[in-house]
Design a protein around this ligand. Structure first.
Ligand SMILES: CC(=O)N[C@H]1[C@@H](OP(=O)(O)OP(=O)(O)OC[C@H]2O[C@@H](n3ccc(=O)[nH]c3=O)[C@H](O)[C@@H]2O)O[C@H](CO)[C@@H](O)[C@@H]1O
Length: 345
């Protein structure tokens, strides 16, 4: 059987797509990936598969009318290109994980009469997936808010937590693109953070890293504290997560599920402009289960370091609650349901 997988733009869509791609391959399927030339996939996809196509696609949300028009044209051309591709490869299913490329693949799949599936990663679905949900064979979601509840497919490296005595640092994580808010927080409190008594790993984001380092050197001089370990983006992030006593993080679905799966007590500060405030809902789900703490940005800013210290004094309690946390992060849950649905169609 042949599966066409699409989804990307940010890591939050791309990495679950790669976890599913791997799972289908392990079950003996041929998998072809379609993404955008502008997304994270342009740099990362070759490490996962040689069978891929990157199209000229961009986002519509939050852009000027002209950019929206351009994105609309790109979508029409992408659908045309995908129809030609699908005529050649004759896929048995199309699976979309969100992001610009996903809608084009699902539209082309429907026009070809191929069974189509989507996976929604967030606790509140975006408009595109709510519309696509009406035309897919079946829909799936990480939090159970649309379609069938299957959890979030994670890469193998995110599946096994480290023992408590191998955890030694604090992680500050901005998400695949980094977070200016968290970078500013680190800039304002570098001394207090590095005085907490453990190394501080800080993921700044590839586009912001240089500027962040320049800002720190201007404020604190050339010599930064030796236990401050900033990095732009790491392909080995799960290793860094697994060694964390605790994390202060944005709550993109990927980061939230990975930190919870790796049993890292987390203080989440949702990105306030995420569509329909989905990052808040993503984080709240885990706060309600006693495994995380959530602060809105403006709330966190009032006495931020006191909040961090109080949170760190409770990590054992969060860690204890996490032992009973049940989340599905095995990509097979999703891929087996899709295979079952293809066989029935
Ligand atoms: C700003 C924004 O709207 N972000 C959205 C984007 O996710 P965004 O990509 O921002 O964030 P996520 O936390 O969902 O995913 C980040 C992914 O990048 C990986 N990573 C990160 C840093 C690093 O150094 N190395 C690395 O590999 C993480 O392991 C994770 O798998 O899509 C998600 C899924 O729809 C949404 O929940 C987020 O709200």
């Amino acid at each position: 059987m042949r599966i066409l997988i699409s989804g990307g733009g940010t890591g939050g869509h791309f990495f679950p797509a790669m976890a599913a791609l791997k799972s289908f391959q392990e079950k003996g399927f041929d998998v072809y990936y379609v993404g955008s030339r502008r997304g994270i996939e342009a740099e990362k996809v070759a490490a996962f598969t040689a069978d891929f196509l990157l199209l000229e696609l961009s986002g519509m949300l939050g852009h000027s009318a002209l950019k929206k028009l351009q994105a609309g044209w790109q979508l029409v051309f992408a659908v045309k290109e995908l129809l030609l591709l699908m005529r050649r490869m004759r896929p048995d299913a199309v699976v979309g994980f969100g992001g610009y490329s996903s809608a084009a693949a699902i539209i082309a799949g429907r026009l070809m009469g191929v069974p189509c599936f989507i996976h929604e990663q967030n606790a509140i679905a975006g408009l595109t997936n709510r519309l696509l949900d009406r035309v897919t064979t079946r829909s799936f979601s990480a939090y159970g808010n649309i379609g069938e509840h299957v959890g979030l497919p994670l890469r193998h490296s995110a599946l096994v937590p480290a023992p408590a005595d191998e955890r030694e640092h604090l992680l500050i994580l901005g998400g695949s693109q980094g977070s200016l808010f968290l970078n500013t927080f680190v800039g304002d409190h570098l001394g207090e953070l590095t005085d907490l008594g453990m190394p501080v790993y800080h993921q700044t984001g590839s586009l912001m890293h240089e500027k962040h380092m320049q800002m720190l050197h201007e404020r604190y001089g050339r010599q930064l504290p030796a236990n401050y370990l900033p990095f732009a983006f790491s392909d080995d992030i799960h290793h860094i997560m697994a060694g964390s006593v605790a994390a202060i993080s944005r709550s993109g679905a990927g980061a939230a599920f990975e930190l919870m799966q790796l049993r890292v007590p987390s203080l989440f500060i949702p990105f306030p402009h995420a569509a329909h405030d989905h990052q808040y809902a993503n984080a709240k789900y885990f706060e309600d289960r006693g495994c995380a703490l959530v602060y809105r940005q403006e709330e966190f800013e009032r006495g931020a370091m006191d909040k961090v210290r109080t949170f760190l004094s409770c990590v054992d309690q969060y860690h204890g609650n996490m032992q009973g946390l049940e989340i599905d992060t095995d990509a097979s849950t999703l891929t087996e349901r899709i295979i079952g649905a293809i066989r029935m169609s």
